[in-house]
Design a binder for this molecule. Structure first.
Ligand code: ADP
Length: 497
């Protein structure tokens, strides 16, 4: 095989090159992705083949497209079938042709910049132009343009005259009529156009692929981050759940162990007060009375702790019966009469006429009202007023309710309210008061006793009845707690808190 230099086209061996890009491509951005992209994954090959086909149709010169590894992606031939077929029939011709084709396929264009091409002459006189397709410094593949007959070629290449077995160079030359004959300048113009199209397609495809890849990579990164945080969260949750379980068990155990001896303390102080162990002086009676009072407060506190731990352990059942509101409110009120009268607080009960009965757990309902009344007395100053009221309330819920199952605008409730004229609760603390162990005044020197469990228990009890609890308050003016127990849907109640 020989290559002949040409004034306007460099030959491959001389590694000269021509810049064909003009203004068509400009500077391409550097490769963002680290791996090498192949043309096959970048291009829609069918669409690209059509673009090539229209060029071939227009200029009657064949186009082949190879991936960077030499895989042929497109091969459209035109006109050279008889010429090449005749050479291939000859033993020497076939051998020369195969060598040339292999060379074209494997050629790597080392150091060839964007827009440069090399010329490859065929021993038979035809010519090919090889054009690399680059992106951001990487070679993605190559285009082989041709063959065509250069305008200055007047006869087949010298070598074919030496072919054996009666090879006829004139017959070969006659086949050349079907092959496009063109001067190099025209070929370069065509190629410049083609290159522009190829670069644009590559550029757009690369941009799309990169955007897609980067998007994918960032999603993958976020996903990995999320998975890691998720795993951490899951572990924390497991630890917390275990701690919570231990805490509940501990509370239940401690409460139980404290309650037994405490009941004895209270029992014995009552016996002392009743004179069962003989007469006692007034001073002794005072002291024993204090022991009994404090013992009872302690017992209440332990009761709350026990309730809360049972609730948290899911071990408390609802024991439903039909309840008349008035007697229940009276019973609850009687619990706070002693403390209220010490502060000259007026206690009132208001019940609407014709109240329906409510299906609920009587003890828990009473406990709720007692807790609210206890707070009302505690947080209402001297000579205040506390009202406990029951009526039927028809309206929407404030909160959507569990799983949004309830919430019709005309749902009917038994509403129980405890209103006081006490110190009130700051607006930003209103929602917090229902949290376990929360107290608006949590300073060491706080004025009011308590555990911060009373309202948490109320909320849990009410919600176990599928009800709602809320609070309205004005600082310095008073507070109203409302408990809403649904009158319908009672059948749907679960029997655990
Ligand atoms: P405790 O009364 O044992 O502290 P609660 O859960 O019953 O716990 O109440 C939590 C907090 O809510 C109280 O410490 C108090 O700050 C506030 N609170 C409850 N009821 C009233 C009320 N009627 N008036 C003013 N503040 C109240």
């Amino acid at each position: 095989m020989s290559s002949h230099g040409h004034p306007s086209l460099p030959v491959m061996e001389e590694t000269q090159s021509i810049d064909l890009t003009g203004d068509l491509t400009g500077d391409l951005p550097p490769s963002v992705l680290e791996r090498r992209i192949s043309l096959a994954e970048l291009l829609d090959i069918n669409a690209f083949r059509e673009v090539c086909a229209s060029f071939v149709d227009l200029y009657k010169i064949g186009i082949k497209l190879f991936d960077v590894d030499g895989t042929k992606l497109v091969d459209i031939r035109v006109g050279n079938g008889d010429w090449c077929g005749y050479i291939f029939q000859n033993s020497v011709g076939r051998q020369r042709c195969t060598t040339l084709v292999t060379r074209i396929k494997q050629f790597e264009y080392p150091g060839l910049a964007d827009g440069e091409v090399v010329e490859q002459r065929c021993f038979s006189g035809l010519k090919y132009i090889l054009m690399p397709i680059n992106y951001g410094g990487d070679q993605l593949g190559r285009v082989v343009y041709g063959p065509f007959l250069p305008a200055d070629v007047e006869a087949p290449g010298e070598e074919v005259f030496a072919f054996p077995d009666g090879f006829e160079p004139t017959r070969l030359w006659a086949y050349g009529d079907k092959i496009r004959r063109a001067p190099d300048e025209m070929i370069m113009k065509i190629l410049t156009n083609f290159r522009g199209v190829v670069d644009t397609i590559t550029f757009i495809a690369m941009k799309a692929l990169m955007t897609q890849q980067l998007h994918l990579e960032s999603i993958t990164a976020s996903y990995n981050d999320l998975s890691a945080s998720n795993q951490k969260l899951r572990e924390s949750l497991e630890r917390l759940t275990e701690l919570d379980r231990l805490k509940s068990n501990f509370l239940a155990m401690i409460s139980h162990e404290l309650r037994t001896p405490l009941t004895s303390v209270i029992g014995y102080s009552e016996m002392l007060l009743e004179g069962m162990a003989g007469d006692i002086t007034d001073e002794q009676r005072d002291y024993v009375g204090t022991i009994k009072d404090k013992g009872e407060s302690l017992l209440d506190l332990i009761g709350s702790l026990l309730d809360m731990s049972k609730i948290e352990a899911g071990a408390m059942n609802l024991n439903l019966s039909d309840i008349q509101a008035r007697p229940l409110l009276e019973a609850a009120q009687s619990y706070v009469v002693p403390q209220a009268s010490k502060k000259s607080i007026t206690l009132e009960i208001e019940t609407a006429p014709d109240l329906p009965t409510l299906r609920a757990d009587r003890d828990k309902l009473r406990q709720c009202v007692i807790n609210l009344l206890g707070n009302a007395v505690k947080f209402t100053p001297q000579a205040g007023r506390i009202t406990v009221a029951a009526d039927v309330f028809v309206g929407p819920r404030r909160y959507s309710g569990e799983e949004g199952r309830f919430g019709t605008p005309d749902e009917r409730f038994m509403r129980i309210q405890v209103r006081d004229s006490g110190i009130g609760i700051p607006a930003d603390k209103l929602e917090k008061v229902f949290s376990s162990f929360y107290q608006v005044d949590n300073s060491v020197t706080r004025e009011y006793g308590g555990t911060g469990l009373g309202l948490a228990i109320v909320k849990r009890f009410v919600e176990a009845h599928r009800g709602e609890v809320w609070v309205e308050s004005q600082e310095g003016r008073g507070t109203t707690f409302s408990l809403l127990f649904p009158l319908e849907l009672q059948a749907a109640l679960p029997l655990t808190v």
